[in-house]
Design a protein around this ligand. Structure first.
Ligand code: AMP
Length: 225
């Protein structure tokens, strides 16, 4: 399936924007599962490439470990290549992250933005730092926990699959600061790009998860915004 097909039919693309730690991954994957969207995360795709030691992964690794963005052409090729293989409506998590990526995505999806919705999750930096520093991820299934806010039932292991929980290399405090800086510098133009096109809807990301999910559900079903 091509990019044009994705918006040419009744299908929709929901783009999640927001700083690291705002809960994009958690909210986007939950909504995807509930509403029948394919969940496409550029970070997950990159980490799979790094883990699989593909040439793309080898190239991307040093940027990711430093908290920097991976070059646009590399990420865009990877994401659009993956979208080509996906059927049905998609939720995008973590892409686009720069203006160049947003423009490439628009070109890929074809003229206009019919069927495209942008959810812009926001929160203050201090809130994001605390949340990222406590984030734990399951090695088995990728489920996300938080040491304080969303702890697993048993310390160190996943409620769903029993997998080991770990802290992401780039969730260390010194890398978190760099990632937030990069976000503010690179991604503000992406938000502006979608705001100017009246596609972006701001959703507070610092509320209880259920509240944020409910706001996003309403947006997706066209109830508000
Ligand atoms: P995430 O899981 O979305 O926080 O992404 C983890 C890391 O992967 C980021 O810190 C970047 O180094 C890289 N990355 C993910 N998505 C993108 C993107 N759209 N553009 C550039 N780098 C990305």
């Amino acid at each position: 399936m091509t990019g044009q097909d994705k918006v040419g039919s009744a299908l929709r693309v929901v783009i999640f924007l927001g700083p690291p730690g705002v809960g994009k991954g958690t909210v986007a994957s939950r909504i995807a599962a509930e509403e029948g969207f394919q969940f496409v995360s550029s970070g997950d795709l990159l980490r799979a490439n790094v883990g699989g030691r593909t040439s793309l992964g080898e190239e991307a690794r040093r940027y990711m470990e430093a908290g920097d963005l991976v070059p646009d052409d590399l990420v865009t090729r990877m994401v659009t290549g993956h979208l080509d293989t996906v059927e049905g409506p998609v939720i995008l998590d973590g892409f686009p992250r720069t203006l160049a990526q947003a423009e490439e995505l628009s070109a890929y999806l074809g003229n206009g933005h019919d069927g495209v919705l942008v959810v812009d999750l926001t929160a203050a930096d201090q809130f994001l730092k605390d949340r990222l520093a406590g984030r734990l991820i399951c090695r088995g299934c990728g489920r996300i926990y938080h040491r304080v806010n969303l702890p697993p039932r048993r310390d160190g292991s996943c409620d769903d699959c029993g997998g080991e929980l770990y802290q992401r290399e780039d969730d260390r405090p010194e890398v978190i600061l760099e990632r937030l800086k990069v976000y503010h510098r690179q991604s503000a133009p992406v938000r502006d790009y979608y705001r100017e096109r009246r596609l972006a809807h701001t959703v507070p990301g610092d509320r209880p998860l259920e509240e944020t999910l409910e706001t996003v559900r309403r947006l997706i079903s066209g109830d508000s915004g």
